[in-house]
Design a protein around this ligand. Structure first.
Ligand code: FES
Length: 101
């Protein structure tokens, strides 16, 4: 699987969330207490841009209808049967890479 640089660590302080675009695909990347996690950027509910949402504790809040997704596991907070795909992350110095399929 190719590693793709998507952002610089210095642009993602603890407690923040960002959207990264790779071609036509988007990803939601969060910094949870210094640990970087990534999810697919499209909300399974109706396609909202998760990376443009809000990081509330360990949860990404979708900007469209406020469904919440655990940024570490991708699991929905109200329905454990629903989840966003997680994406492996690699950090090298100040660079954030995603391990994309
Ligand atoms: S599209 Fe994300 S909560 Fe509706």
């Amino acid at each position: 699987m190719p590693l793709v640089k998507v952002a610089e660590l210095s642009a993602l302080p603890p407690g923040t969330l960002m959207e990264a675009l790779v071609g036509e695909d988007s990803y939601a990347i969060c910094n949870l207490n210094g640990a970087i996690h990534a999810l697919d950027g499209i909300c399974p509910h109706a396609g909202g841009p998760l990376g443009q949402g809000e990081l509330r504790g360990a949860h990404i809040v979708c900007p469209w209808h406020a469904w919440e997704w655990n940024c570490q596991t991708g699991v929905n907070t109200d329905d454990e049967d629903q989840a966003v795909h997680t994406i492996p992350v690699k950090i090298d110095g100040n660079d954030i890479f995603l391990d994309l399929p």
